[in-house]
Design a protein around this ligand. Structure first.
Ligand SMILES: Nc1ncnc2c1ncn2[C@@H]1O[C@H](COP(=O)(O)OP(=O)(O)OP(=O)(O)O)[C@@H](O)[C@H]1O
Length: 369
């Protein structure tokens, strides 16, 4: 066998490619400058970014094989390749950034404009009226309407220094702690740009905000299925999802996609139930009459199909819309409609209790970078 020298070793190792980017381990700087040669015996180290690199074992094996194949089968390198990591202890992501929060509920819809924010806002107020500690995060980048529904659009947002970290203080209204993506991302900027900004801004609203102790943390999610949903399930262990739909066919078709997304193996968020909004129209002058203008019981049938609860049927009434516009959700009032949202809150509490008894806590969705 010819005499070994470092260049020969490096030339042989340049045949080993890092899976994924196709570059060889020498040009990637993965071969440490510690090659030792003693007769036929060769030892050196390979440097990986982090211990979680999935290719550590296979690349060590490939490097051994490269030396015995391209130089000589007599090269003695087996079990002599060390492994080092540039970031041996990557800062662990906080497992649950909301330590004091018991239940995280995503309020979602397949289609825009079905009343998801109205339901989320009234549900939050109703839970607070029942005595629970409630937070509401408006994550709907396409139409952040929670600030308007709570009348806090022009409220200044303060930060408080906690242990050297600037923490955002949620606005408190009607017993609910509220923050909205609309506070951070300019509502007049184009949707595309907002999308790019949104994931970071959302993370900030979750991890850099003083949510404190909460029984229920509601998230008004964007309609449909999007990157924002992925960001949320990766940042938070969501207890369960509530799907809002009208009885209309097009809304139901989209709600079905939303249900499938939450149930997907990779997302795996339990669906707590469906809220049928605008279930019927009741004119103010004829409170006993019901007109099924968007169809009848569509969401109820969808719930049956997927084996989930109907958490509430909310009628289409002028006072719900007025409540939203005036910044005072209808659930604050003791009216028939206010009562509908109190019932929804009661049913949700039951569904969450049942879910927590039957299933282990949700886990965040892990992805490989
Ligand atoms: N049950 C209801 N009765 C009367 N008006 C309603 C009802 N539900 C929602 N609305 C009104 O419908 C409009 C849309 O509601 P909302 O903003 O809650 O929908 P959304 O699904 O969150 O929409 P987006 O996807 O744009 O965020 C609002 O003006 C709201 O006041």
């Amino acid at each position: 066998m010819e005499t070994l020298y470092p260049r020969l070793i490096l030339d042989a190792l340049s045949n080993v490619r890092y899976p994924g980017n196709g570059k060889n381990i020498v040009e990637l700087g993965m071969v440490e400058d510690d090659i030792r040669i003693d007769g036929n015996t060769v030892s050196f180290s390979l440097i990986f970014d982090k211990p979680t690199d999935p290719f550590v074992k296979s690349l060590v094996k490939a490097a051994e094989t490269a030396l015995t194949t391209y130089i000589s089968p007599e090269v003695d390198v087996k079990d002599r390749i060390g492994v080092k990591f540039r970031n041996p202890n990557p800062a662990p992501r906080p497992d649950n950034p909301l330590k004091g929060v018991k239940n995280i509920i995503g309020v979602s819809s397949g289609k825009g404009g079905v009343g998801k924010s109205t339901v989320a806002s009234n549900l939050a107020v109703a839970l607070a009226r029942m005595g629970y500690k409630v937070g509401l995060l408006d994550a709907d980048i396409f139409g952040p309407s929670v600030p308007k529904m709570f009348g806090v659009e022009d409220e200044p947002i303060y930060a408080e220094n906690v242990d050297g970290r600037e923490m955002i203080v949620p606005v408190e209204r009607y017993g609910v702690k509220v923050l909205s993506i609309g506070f951070l991302v300019d509502r007049n900027s184009p949707v595309l740009w907002r999308g790019a900004m949104a994931s970071r801004a959302l993370n900030q609203l979750i991890t850099d905000a003083l949510w404190g102790e909460l029984d229920y943390f509601l998230i008004d999610m964007p309609p449909g299925t999007s990157d924002i949903h992925l960001t949320l399930v990766q940042t938070l262990a969501i207890t369960g999802a509530v799907i809002v739909s009208t009885p209309q066919e097009v809304a139901l078709a989209d709600a079905r996609k939303g249900l499938a997304m939450f149930r997907d193996d990779k997302v795996n968020v339990p669906v707590l139930g469906i809220v049928e909004n605008m279930a019927w129209f009741t004119p103010a002058a004829h409170p006993d009459e019901r007109y099924y203008i968007f169809g009848r019981d569509g969401a109820v049938k969808l719930a049956e199909e997927f084996g989930v609860r109907v958490l509430a049927q909310i009628p289409l009434v002028g006072s719900i819309c007025e409540g939203g516009d005036s910044g005072a959700p209808i659930a604050l009032r003791d009216s028939i409609t206010g009562e509908a949202f109190m019932n929804l809150a009661g049913n949700l509490v039951e569904a969450v209790d049942e879910r927590n008894r039957a299933l282990p806590p949700s886990a965040k969705v892990e992805t490989h970078s």
